[in-house]
Design a protein around this ligand. Structure first.
Ligand SMILES: Cc1cc2nc3c(=O)[nH]c(=O)nc-3n(C[C@H](O)[C@H](O)[C@H](O)COP(=O)(O)OP(=O)(O)OC[C@H]3O[C@@H](n4cnc5c(N)ncnc54)[C@H](O)[C@@H]3O)c2cc1C
Length: 343
């Protein structure tokens, strides 16, 4: 049997381990984390990601555990809605549930190796599924492929109350974003992002939450309500990192999947979705074609699309977190909203 070594047992690594043909490959997964994430956060799963979840056999469980998005409002920072759009077909799912369900369908034949990989194992095909700070990418693609620190801080968490009436959606301010979405019928997922010098490592959650409360205080009732219920132990704060553009995801017996290949800003909500699609696509090709052909086809199917999304996500971040262009942006959005309503 051919050996496949996966560095990283997150969304991409587990999906790949679950989808590879256990009769053809001896699969090993290295994962440095001992436990599932302790703070709950929510991920939007778009239809392509749901197809990938179906391919690994966990779509019904994800549908049962998650909550379907129905509509999404785009608002100014005071809460006035510019647009309301259907979000049919998108499911919000907790990252912990997704990881737990993926973990469950990884066959027992897969070897699990705990601990952080520092020097790359030299056996069969090596897969970098080790996220935006990928050691595999840095060692095989060189220092120019190192992750880049963005100036933005992201906070997210879940509060134990339903979404306040007419408060769901995204609020775009001057260099600041706040999001409110259902995590389930009884709980609310919130997120915020703005430029900050906090971090990149060792961010004090209480200080970040405090800063966020001061920044958004009094801007919109829905935001005040959600932030009043947010507690440091239920909040995650991190600086956003991205991966520079790559032309190929394969090199010298190595292949990249997920954030290791195309770590992007979170403003399109596509990173985890693309990680799932990468892994299921790669597994399907490896299961059915000779190795060189499979890797060639993987590049062809995945590089252009995921790099386009990476670039689109950066453009979206510039629009959402616009500073000097914010008044113009808001005027255009307000006008476009009025035109749409009167059409
Ligand atoms: C604020 C925010 C909101 C987001 N919202 C969404 C959303 O709504 N929808 C969406 O699709 N995406 C979203 N994303 C993106 C999503 O979180 C990532 O794209 C996704 O987690 C990528 O999965 P991955 O498995 O490639 O990487 P990761 O989730 O980073 O997993 C990598 C794994 O590798 C392990 N690892 C790393 N290095 C080593 C090593 N050296 N040795 C062993 N193990 C190692 C890590 O412990 C981890 O388990 C969001 C991201 C952020 C920051």
């Amino acid at each position: 049997m051919y050996g496949i070594t996966i560095v990283g047992g997150g969304i991409a690594g587990l999906a790949l381990a679950a989808a590879l043909d256990a009769d053809r490959f001896h699969v090993t997964v290295h994962e440095q984390r001992n436990t599932l994430p302790t703070v709950e956060t929510s991920l939007a799963m778009w239809p392509e990601a749901q197809q990938a979840l179906d391919a690994v056999g966990i779509l019904p469980e994800i549908q049962a555990a998650g909550s379907a998005f129905s509509a999404m409002a785009l608002r100014d920072v005071a809460g006035k809605a510019w647009f309301r759009a259907e979000a049919a077909g998108v499911i919000g799912v907790s990252r912990a549930d997704l990881l737990r369900l993926l973990d469950f369908v990884v066959p027992d034949s897969v070897s699990r190796v705990p601990g952080a990989v520092t020097s790359l194992p030299d056996a069969g095909l090596l897969v970098g599924a080790d996220g935006v700070h990928s050691v595999v990418r840095r060692q095989r693609w060189g220092p120019r492929s190192a992750e880049r620190l963005s100036p933005y801080l992201a906070l997210r968490g879940i509060v134990d109350e339903p979404v306040p009436a007419d408060a769901g959606g995204e609020y775009w301010g001057r260099g600041e974003l706040f999001g409110i979405a259902p995590a389930s019928r009884e709980r609310t997922y919130w997120y915020a992002s703005y430029r900050s010098a906090l971090g990149p490592g060792g961010i004090d959650i209480e200080a970040a939450l405090d800063l966020t409360r001061r920044r958004f205080s009094g801007k919109a009732q829905g935001i005040d309500r959600v932030l009043a219920g947010a507690a440091p132990e239920g909040t995650l704060a991190q600086r956003i990192w991205t991966v520079p553009a790559l032309r190929r995801y394969t090199r010298d017996g190595t292949v990249l999947v997920g954030d290791a290949a195309h770590g992007m800003t979170p403003n399109l909500g596509r990173g985890a979705c693309e990680a799932l699609v990468d892994s299921v696509t790669l597994a399907g090709l490896l299961n059915s074609r000779p190795l060189p052909e499979a890797l060639k086809a993987y590049n062809k199917r995945r590089v252009l699309r995921s790099q386009a999304l990476r670039a689109a996500s950066s453009a979206m971040t510039r629009l959402v977190l616009a500073e000097s262009a914010q008044p113009l942006r808001d005027r255009i959005l307000s006008m476009a909203g009025r035109l749409r309503r009167s059409a």
